[in-house]
Design a protein around this ligand. Structure first.
Ligand code: C5P
Length: 238
C-alpha cells in the first residue's frame, strides 16, 4: 500500500487580495521566510510513509512552482499537475494523474494550511487504512446556529448541538478507489462540493474523523500570515 498526497494550490486568493492589495495568491505568500506552499509540501515529506506529493497549480504558475521545488530542494517525491477552475476540479485532475492502485491511500490537503503537523498526518493515514476514508475535524467550541439568510442578514432557524458538530479541515483522505468513485459520481450528477468528504458522503462512504487543531487553519484573509508566524514562533523557530 502506497500513500499519495494531493495539494490543490490553483486558487487565485481573491479574499486575500481584496483586503491587502496584494496580487500574490495566498499559497505563494511567505510565512517566516518560506512560501506557504513549500511549508505545506515539507510537512508531508516529513512523513516517511508518503510516497509522492502532487501539487495542482494554474498553468501560469507552473514555472514558479517548479522553481520553488528546485530552490527549496523538495526532491523527487514532489510532482506538479495542472489545476482547474474550482478546488474540486484541481483535485480531480491530480487524482486522474495518479499512477495508483485502488487500495492505495490518497490524502488531499489545502496548500494554504501550512501548519499541519506530521502526527496529524500519520493519524489520518492510519484512520484511512482502518475505515476506508477519514478527515481531520476540529470540534466546535462555539454554539452553532442554522440560519436562513435575509436581506438584512440572517434569522436563526435551529441550534445544532455543538457536540454533534466538527469543522472540516484537511487532510481528507480515502482509499484511491473510493475517492475516484466519489469523484466520478459527483461529475455525473454535476455535484460541486467544497471538500472531498462531501463527495464521499453522497457516494455512501463512511468517513471517520480524527482530531484537528486550531493551528491547522486555512490562510484566508489579511492577518492570517501574521497568525501563522505567531504559531511558528510559539513552536520554536524551524
Ligand atoms: O478557496 P479555498 O480556500 O477553498 O481554497 C482551498 C485550496 O484549494 C487552496 O489551497 C487553493 O489554492 C485550492 N484551489 C485550487 N483550485 C482552485 C481553487 C482553489 O487548487 N480552482
Amino acid at each position: 500500500m502506497r500513500v499519495f498526497v494531493i495539494l490543490p494550490a490553483a486558487g487565485i486568493g481573491t479574499r486575500m487580495a481584496a483586503g491587502s492589495h496584494t496580487a500574490a495568491p495566498k499559497q505563494f505568500l511567505s510565512v517566516g521566510g518560506t512560501p506557504v506552499l513549500v511549508r505545506s509540501v515539507r510537512a508531508f515529506l516529513e512523513v516517511s510513509r508518503v510516497d509522492a506529493v502532487c501539487v495542482a497549480v494554474r498553468a501560469s504558475e507552473r514555472e514558479r512552482v517548479e522553481a520553488q521545488i528546485a530552490e527549496f530542494e523538495l526532491g523527487p517525491r514532489v510532482h506538479v499537475v495542472e489545476g482547474g477552475d474550482s478546488r474540486q476540479q484541481s483535485v480531480g485532475n491530480a487524482l486522474a494523474a495518479l499512477a495508483a492502485d485502488a487500495e492505495d491511500v490518497v490524502l488531499v490537503h489545502d496548500a494554504v494550511r501550512p501548519l499541519i503537523d506530521a502526527a496529524t498526518i500519520e493519524r489520518t493515514i492510519d484512520a484511512v487504512e482502518k475505515h476506508g476514508a477519514a478527515i481531520v475535524g476540529l470540534p466546535a467550541v462555539d454554539t452553532i446556529k442554522q440560519v436562513e439568510r435575509t436581506a438584512e442578514g440572517a434569522i436563526i432557524t435551529a441550534t445544532i448541538p455543538r457536540e454533534r458538530v466538527v469543522q472540516a479541515q484537511t487532510p481528507q483522505g480515502a482509499r484511491v478507489g473510493l475517492l475516484k468513485r466519489a469523484f466520478a459520481e459527483a461529475e455525473a450528477d454535476e455535484f460541486a462540493g467544497t471538500d472531498e468528504a462531501s463527495l464521499l458522503e453522497r457516494a455512501g462512504v463512511e468517513v471517520a474523523v480524527v482530531a484537528g487543531s486550531a493551528k491547522n487553519f486555512k490562510i484566508t484573509q489579511p492577518g492570517d500570515i501574521e497568525l501563522a508566524e505567531f504559531y511558528l514562533k510559539q513552536a520554536g523557530a524551524r
